[in-house]
Write a protein that binds this ligand. Structure first.
Ligand SMILES: [Zn+2]
Length: 125
């Protein structure tokens, strides 16, 4: 469950690349419309994660409203020309809404999956 995940603002090359990507592409939280200061964690989803990169997921949490999104790791690695890869692959992957945090009025969204563009649209509304 998302409650058990330890989120942090990443440091180091890998963490900072992801953080910069998020700050650039999702600068506004799609749920509370504030600056999310995304925190994140990487989680292996069972034994399959040893064989399938998509079975390892990044969990992203808004610091303001505690809403949680997740996206498959293979949207993000391997790290060849990371910027390009992030931009290209993350856009093709759906983000899953794991929790809407304090936004109880949005609880019908939990479990839904949406592409990045949809989340960006929500952030603008
Ligand atoms: Zn938020």
């Amino acid at each position: 469950m998302v409650e058990d995940i330890k989120f942090e603002r990443g440091t180091g090359f890998h963490g900072s690349a992801l953080r910069e990507w998020l700050d650039k592409n999702l600068p506004t939280c799609p749920f509370c419309k504030k600056d999310p200061e995304w925190e994140y964690a990487r989680k292996m989803m069972g034994w399959k994660a040893f064989f399938s990169p998509s079975a390892t997921r990044y969990f992203l949490r808004c610091r303001q409203c505690k809403a949680v999104l997740s996206v498959a790791q293979d949207a993000i690695v391997p790290a060849d020309s990371l910027e390009v890869l992030l931009a290209k692959k993350m856009i093709n992957k759906n983000f899953k809404i794991e929790s809407v945090g304090n936004n109880e009025n949005l609880s019908q969204l939990v479990g839904q999956e949406h592409p990045l563009e949809t989340l960006q649209d929500w952030a603008k509304k």
